[in-house]
Design a protein. Structure first.
Length: 427
């Protein structure tokens, strides 16, 4: 077998393979023997059919099978001999199979670029670490208080005010035509909460129970629901019930009811600790982003298109999953997957470039990922998703996601290594 490699680019290679006449003849003869044993042709007994008759009926079949088998048998050996590791599916040009001649075919593949890295130790980065503030703790505490508030129907009729929860019926129309998607019965709205239609919520302030009012709402040009963007929609709203929010007192009992807290001060201390961890993680992420940007700028190279495409697809899948947790389907947003994938292309390319650089640094510094570390990451995922560890592990193994998991851990470990060696100055 004769193998040559053409350098189409730094990441694209064309492998030319020539297979000897003897090997080709042997494969063809083997196939005709198999066909002769099973073929049923009128006037001939199985296994006794002359070769010229077999060729008349099965020439094209044998030719196609021989080409497929010869490529399947020699392609892995060609990769091994030339020490090539493709990152894309092979694009095969099978050539022609002619009697009495060697068989030639070519395969075009993408490979990882050769990256020469230096100067990644002692990267100069800057930032300022922030401490958790008292007002942030109070804001977080008020959020918990609001979360555990009770709703109480008002006994003495009064006008709706900001913060109330109201039960309404509404219908909507545009250009005096009813909107099928713009109606609801017994719909709960937190006035001023901004979770429904903020402009409509604001105009509901001052309405009384059992009052019905037509409210016009102009929607901005960039409104998420394209059908209403830049249009004015008229809502006929009827207030059926008004509930006010009763906040629990912020005291030691409130803290104890929330969990394993001995007092309100203990709860505040834990909230402050949590906020500080978030700030520390944000600070660390900013420093790592600076390092990545410096490494990318200092090390330009060609990125395999197939890796970019796969990463963009992964980003689309992540988006669909996040939307699904909110009960939203991507198709309902009128955004084609192909368009979203193209929008993610630049981000995907940066992510691939980043991973290739960090992978190279990891190899040079001997940074690896053990099975124990992978199990620890899976254990963390199981705790976060409230699923059993063995269930999570089986899912990752069944779907071939363990290599991807380990790649993520390798990235984290390499960034931690670089951060430990960086020169950090305070802004």
């Amino acid at each position: 077998m004769n193998i040559t490699v053409e350098e189409i680019s730094s990441i694209k290679k064309k492998i030319n393979v020539e297979i000897s006449i003897e090997q080709v003849t042997g494969e063809v003869e083997s196939l005709y023997k198999e066909v002769g044993k099973q073929a049923k042709i009128k006037g001939f007994r199985p296994g006794r059919i002359p070769r010229d008759i077999l060729e008349r009926y099965f020439k094209d079949y044998v030719k196609a099978e021989a080409i497929q088998k010869l490529i399947q048998e020699t392609y892995p050996a060609a990769l091994s001999e030339k020490d090539l590791h493709p990152v894309s599916p092979p694009v095969i040009d099978p050539g022609e199979l002619e009697k009495g001649k060697p068989f030639q075919y070519s395969v075009t593949i993408e490979v990882k670029p050769e990256i020469k890295l230096d100067g990644y130790i002692g990267l100069k980065i800057e930032g300022k670490k922030e401490d958790a503030k008292a007002e942030e703790v109070e804001e977080r505490l008020k959020g918990l208080q609001d979360l555990h508030a009770q709703l109480k129907t008002i006994t003495e009729p009064r006008a709706v005010k900001s913060g109330d929860h109201v039960i309404i019926d509404y219908t909507a129309k545009m250009d005096n035509k009813p909107l099928e998607e713009g109606k609801a019965t017994d719909f709960n709205v937190e006035v001023g909460g901004g979770r429904f239609i903020p402009a409509l919520e604001e105009k509901m302030i001052g309405l009384n129970p059992e009052e019905e009012k037509e409210i016009e709402v102009p929607f901005p040009e960039d409104y998420g629901y394209k059908k209403w963007a830049g249009k004015t929609v008229s809502f006929l709203v009827k207030v059926k019930e008004v509930k006010e929010k009763i906040l629990p007192p912020l005291d030691d009992e409130f803290a104890k009811d929330l969990g394993d807290y001995s007092s309100l001060e203990d709860l505040k201390a834990k909230l402050k600790e949590g906020i500080q961890k978030e700030k520390d993680l944000t600070f660390e992420r900013q420093l790592k982003d600076q390092m990545v940007d410096q490494l990318i700028q200092a090390n330009p190279f060609e990125v395999p298109e197939s890796l970019v495409v796969e990463q963009a697809k992964a980003l689309v899948s992540d988006t669909k999953m996040r939307l699904a947790t909110q009960g939203i389907a991507l198709k309902n947003l009128n955004i084609p997957e192909e368009k979203l994938q193209e929008d993610y292309r630049e981000v995907a390319q940066k992510q691939v470039r980043t991973y290739l650089i960090l992978e190279k640094i990891a190899a040079q510094e001997g940074i690896t990922v053990t099975d124990e570390e992978a199990d620890e990451r899976l254990r963390s995922i199981s705790e976060r998703t409230h699923q059993k560890m063995d269930v999570v592990k089986r899912y990752y193994e069944k779907n071939g996601m363990i290599p991807e998991l380990k790649s993520g851990i390798l990235t984290d470990k390499t960034l931690d290594f670089l951060l430990g060696k960086a020169n950090i100055s305070e802004k």
